[in-house]
Design a protein around this ligand. Structure first.
Ligand SMILES: Nc1ncnc2c1ncn2[C@@H]1O[C@H](COP(=O)(O)OP(=O)(O)OP(=O)(O)O)[C@@H](O)[C@H]1O
Ligand SMILES: C[C@@](O)(CCOP(=O)(O)O)CC(=O)O
Length: 510
């Protein structure tokens, strides 16, 4: 039987945290080079069938974690699929994994509706072995680095083997906020949809019209549904949208579309009428976005951590309590968020119009602090407007930070708390840094920076290196760099040859 391999990226919400919960506003989302991989091998899992010819077996493994093998029996009926975790098989975990279980159960239910029982039985005939791995960035590597006597700096992270074992259980891992569950569910659901021939392999291979392809939109709708069901709440869905479609300007769907399906017990009889891409109730919007050329997204995991749902609860409570002030602030903040999107896209246009001047400007502003960018009396023709455009982007990021701090103050939520403000101010003052902020809901989880990344310089001369030094020597918070940058591949994608991905074959070997 064939092997199906699908990967999907993590996410960073650069602008639009909280506002993106309201369909009146959009979020600017970057998908990351760090990805989740689901590898489905069409054989390997077997179990007692007894007298039941409709029983099949699926084994799911997460080799990066201890006690992370889950074995499911699958009973394919005429109009229902029963998926139950079993502990009969040796090595099967006694822990449960709701995200994996629901992904399998709901996806096979949809496959039964669309492809019928015989086709589904064919796909499951020899049992499925499914291995799931996430790039190292999804989980804090501090402990691994310490055990190897390595400092938590970029060069050390690059020295770690891909898909490193964490030596802990999933319940004990320190996640870094890149959206592991959204990327996991998107890759697993999409891989199962391909393996059961519900969607075509080509839908996840092509990148043109990725945002309008109906197979990809079916995968999106199903992944959104399962992710909300597993998380027990309907967030904005920006993380799943980024996992499916890649970097974008995202406007959420009306949660009412899922109302009839949000019951955890047996799968509702009919998923397709709701999940289908032809269901107009899926009124989300995905518009193209990408970071400008010769810039680099930098992410750091800040060891303090925050509980996003509680931050969200407090902000929404404030929004209801102080409707006038909150509406005005959200309107202003949304305008600034969209201005950031437009300004970054403008930089891409300026590069297209005059790549030579653009390249020269990036090299120049990488050597001086943002407040000095406009002071150069000798700016060459064609370069002045590019320097001005970078400086405008810098001002917009600072304005977003100011408004996010104001929202935090008014709602009594540490969106950009003083410790994060100090860290970000120190970073944004470095030569060649365009701007930065707290991603998503903010708090103490993480920081993001957009830095110039000029070609042809030694690493030690690059803004990335300067920022890395600030992070490494920072005293008030434990700041650990992630290796992720922006993913230029458009969201979820099929991997045709496992050897395309370094370490994937070894990490997922049966
Ligand atoms: N490698 C993995 N294998 C199997 N399940 C995983 C894996 N990584 C994450 N998960 C599942 O995703 C769940 C984490 O989802 P949760 O919504 O709590 O975090 P999250 O918001 O996605 O986290 P973050 O954004 O920090 O990655 C875990 O409890 C686990 O069920
Ligand atoms: C607060 C919110 O708008 C963004 C949360 O982003 P993050 O999980 O902090 O990256 C919630 C949501 O969009 O679902």
């Amino acid at each position: 039987m064939a092997t199906t391999i699908v990967s999907s990226p993590g996410k960073v919400l650069l602008a639009g945290g909280y506002l993106v919960l309201d369909p009146a506003y959009s979020g600017v989302v970057v998908s990351t080079s760090s990805r989740f991989y689901s590898v489905i091998r069409g054989e390997g899992a077997s179990g007692p069938r007894g007298s039941n010819p409709n029983l099949y077996w699926i084994r799911v493994r997460s080799p990066q974690f201890l006690d992370a093998v889950w074995v499911y029996s699958v009973e394919v009926g005429g109009n229902a699929v029963r998926v139950e975790q079993t502990t009969d098989e040796a090595g099967s975990s006694f822990s449960k994994n709701k995200f994996v279980h629901l992904a399998i159960q709901r996806t096979l239910s949809l496959a039964l509706e669309i492809r019928g029982a015989n086709a589904l039985k064919d796909a499951l005939s020899n049992g499925l072995d499914i291995a799931i791995v996430g790039d190292n960035d999804f989980y804090s590597q501090r402990a691994q680095l310490q055990s190897l006597g390595l400092e938590p700096v970029f060069s050390s992270l690059s020295a770690l083997p891909p898909f490193s074992k964490t030596n802990v259980r999933l319940s004990d891992v320190h996640k870094t906020g890149l959206g592991s569950s959204a990327a996991l569910i998107t890759s697993l659901v999409s891989a199962l949809l391909v393996h059961t021939s519900v969607i075509s392999r080509g839908a996840l291979l092509q990148e043109q019209d990725a945002m309008t392809n109906t197979d990809r939109r079916l995968a999106h709708n199903l992944a959104q549904y399962i992710h909300c069901l597993a998380q027990g709440k309907v967030g904005s869905g920006f993380d799943v949208a980024a996992a499916v479609f890649g970097s974008q300007v995202y406007t959420r769907f009306n949660p009412a579309v899922l109302q009839t399906l949000m019951t955890e017990d047996a799968a509702p009889p009919q998923l397709l009428p709701v999940i289908s891409p032809s269901n107009k109730a899926w009124d989300y919007r995905v518009e193209p976005f990408k970071l400008p050329p010769l810039t680099r997204l930098m992410l750091a995991d800040v060891d303090a951590g925050s509980d996003t749902p509680s931050l969200v609860g407090k902000v929404l409570k404030w929004r209801q309590a102080d409707t006038i002030a909150s509406h005005q602030l959200w309107e202003d903040l949304n305008k600034t968020n969209q201005a950031l999107c437009s300004q970054l896209l403008k930089l891409s246009q300026l590069h297209s119009q005059n790549p030579t001047a653009y390249t020269a400007v990036v090299k120049y502003i990488s050597t001086i602090q943002p407040l000095q960018w406009l002071a150069n009396p000798n700016t060459k023709r064609g370069e002045g407007q590019i320097v001005e455009a970078f400086y405008q982007a810098h001002l917009i990021t600072q304005d977003i930070r100011s408004k996010m701090r104001q929202m935090g103050k008014l709602s009594d939520v540490p969106i950009e708390p003083p410790e994060q403000t100090d860290l970000l101010d120190a970073c944004v003052a470095q030569a060649g840094v365009v701007g930065g902020g707290v991603p998503g809901a903010g708090g103490y989880d993480a920081v993001w920076l957009l830095v110039c990344d000029p070609a042809g310089l030694e690493f030690e001369e690059k803004p990335m290196h300067r920022v890395g030094r600030v992070w490494h020597t920072w005293k008030d918070l434990v700041v650990t760099p992630l290796t992720s940058s922006e993913s230029l591949a458009k969201g979820v994608r099929l991997i045709e040859n496992i050897d395309e991905v370094a370490g994937l074959k070894e990490a997922t070997a049966v």
